[in-house]
Design a protein around this ligand. Structure first.
Ligand code: NAG
Ligand code: NAG
Ligand code: NAG
Ligand code: NAG
Ligand code: NAG
Ligand code: NAG
Length: 409
């Protein structure tokens, strides 16, 4: 632990030189539409994120989230969490276009959708992809895909070639993974029609192997990158192919991806909790994951944070930190740049107030924090709670991720 005074920042924005590929499209922006009724089930969301990233979880948490779903595709439980995705983005598939509301997920690589092939008990009246209604769809012979999570939840099916239109960019011969089976715990959100994976180095799970949708899309972009501007309690935007100067202030602070990164995975070196001038130094690895809503960090860091919050306690049944709702949370700052930069990236305390927590049994007006433990996962997961505070550039060509400050609401 050492002390650091963060001072002025030098950042060089040597970026956006002439591109060698022939760009065919102006940059496009698509909205990440915020569900105004968003109210996550905190425990389910946490359990899902731990399952996605291989974190361990207490049995009670697993039971809460997944008990009725281990390996089954059938019966849907009474619990349906209609509002558990905060942002969904319209993507058009097929000819004529069928609009599906998808979760753009930088923490996975498959483009998969609910379809006319999905088990009907899970599909219900959900908007789905109907390949038979698309004149450009072709089944890939003998194709299959399967995504498995540590807790036993999964999705699997076959794959089609079709045209996908992302904010006006038409990507022909893209691969759409059609879900035949989806485990119940993944299928609770009726507003979600599919997932658009945008992880950095991963391949999709399709057999025979096929390029990812982003890979097919990238030659059509002016620059091989995309950006996320998620907003606190408001719609956000994703932009493909360019950086929009009007959306951020100051410079973009770049951090290289670690060698052999599969995700948007980078090292960072310090953190600070508001009102203390002490910065703690270490060498952490984090991933920028739009598909996870929480910030999930090493247990000691998380404990240090809540030690600064009056009345905060760890609910050991679920391993979830809760605090009295009326308590204002402190800001959490990162020292980004792996020792090379001096930028402190600050997540305001009010962004860390995640959701209310089971009022009756937790003894009064309790809230769940947006910073939670990572269950021993290999890295820290910087999800939407973190990303909302910044303009984020996912630079595919440059193998780096960039963060910039922006006016916050
Ligand atoms: C980082 O901060 C230190 C001390 O404030 C300063 O000497 C150094 O030049 C800074 N480095 C960069 C890259 O900003
Ligand atoms: C599905 O049906 C439920 C009621 O059964 C309704 O509230 C919901 O809006 C419907 N969703 C769609 C996408 O039609
Ligand atoms: C698909 O599988 C069948 C039987 O398993 C096989 O006869 C056929 O040749 C395969 N088609 C392709 C295109 O691989
Ligand atoms: C952080 O750790 C990784 C390996 O875990 C190493 O490659 C990297 O150089 C370290 N960075 C610093 C600044 O020590
Ligand atoms: C935290 O959020 C809850 C709603 O989820 C709200 O009732 C509470 O007032 C918030 N706390 C603070 C300090 O803003
Ligand atoms: C954790 O929270 C749940 C739900 O509010 C409650 O039933 C349980 O008793 C709590 N566990 C502890 C150890 O406080």
């Amino acid at each position: 632990m050492a002390r650091l005074s963060f001072s002025a920042i030098i950042a060089i924005l040597s970026f956006l030189g002439p591109s060698s590929a022939a760009p065919t499209h102006a940059p496009i922006t698509i909205n990440a539409v915020r569900n105004p009724d968003y109210k996550p089930d905190g425990r389910l969301e946490y359990a899902r994120a731990l399952a996605k990233w291989g974190g361990s979880m207490p049995d009670a948490l697993a039971a809460h989230a997944f008990s009725k779903s281990k390996g089954d595709t059938g019966v849907v439980s009474a619990q349906t969490f209609v509002h558990d995705r905060e942002y969904l983005t319209p993507i058009e598939i097929g000819t004529p276009p069928q609009t599906l509301m998808m979760d753009l997920d930088t923490g996975s690589s498959d483009f998969w959708v609910y379809s006319s092939e999905t088990d009907a008990t899970l599909l219900k009246n959900r908007t789905r992809y109907v390949p038979d209604d698309s004149s450009t769809s072709r089944l890939i012979p003998n194709s299959s895909w399967s995504i498995q999570y540590g807790d036993g939840s999964f999705a699997s099916g076959d794959a089609y070639i079709d045209t996908i239109t992302v904010g006006g960019i038409k990507v022909t011969d893209a691969v759409v993974e059609s879900a035949k089976r989806v485990s119940e715990s993944m299928a609770t959100d009726m507003a979600l029609n599919g997932i658009f994976g945008l992880a950095w180095g991963l391949k999709s799970e399709v057999t025979p192997p096929v390029p990812t949708v982003y890979k097919k899309m990238s030659p059509l972009l002016r620059h091989n990158l995309f950006t996320a501007d998620l907003r606190f309690h408001a719609d956000g935007t994703y932009q493909f192919g360019a950086i929009d100067r009007s959306k951020f202030t100051g410079n973009i602070h770049w951090t290289p991806l670690i060698p052999n990164a599969a995700y948007w995975e980078f090292d960072y070196s310090a953190f600070n909790v508001e009102s203390s001038s002490v910065w703690y130094w270490y060498n952490w690895t984090g991933i920028a994951d739009t598909g996870t809503s929480l910030m999930m960090m090493n247990d000691d860091v998380v404990k240090y944070y809540y030690d600064q919050v009056k009345g905060a306690v760890l609910n050991e049944t679920y391993n979830i930190w809760i605090f009295p709702c009326e308590t204002a949370l402190p800001d959490f700052s990162f020292g980004l740049g792996n020792g090379r930069g001096n930028w402190s990236a600050t997540v305001p305390g009010r962004y860390i107030n995640y959701t209310t927590y089971d009022h009756v049994t937790s003894g009064g007006n309790k809230c769940m924090g947006g910073i939670q433990g990572n269950g021993g996962a290999n890295f820290n997961i910087l999800g939407d709670v973190f990303l909302k505070a910044f303009y984020t550039v996912f630079d595919v060509a440059g193998k780096r991720v960039g963060f910039a400050d922006k006016p916050l609401n």
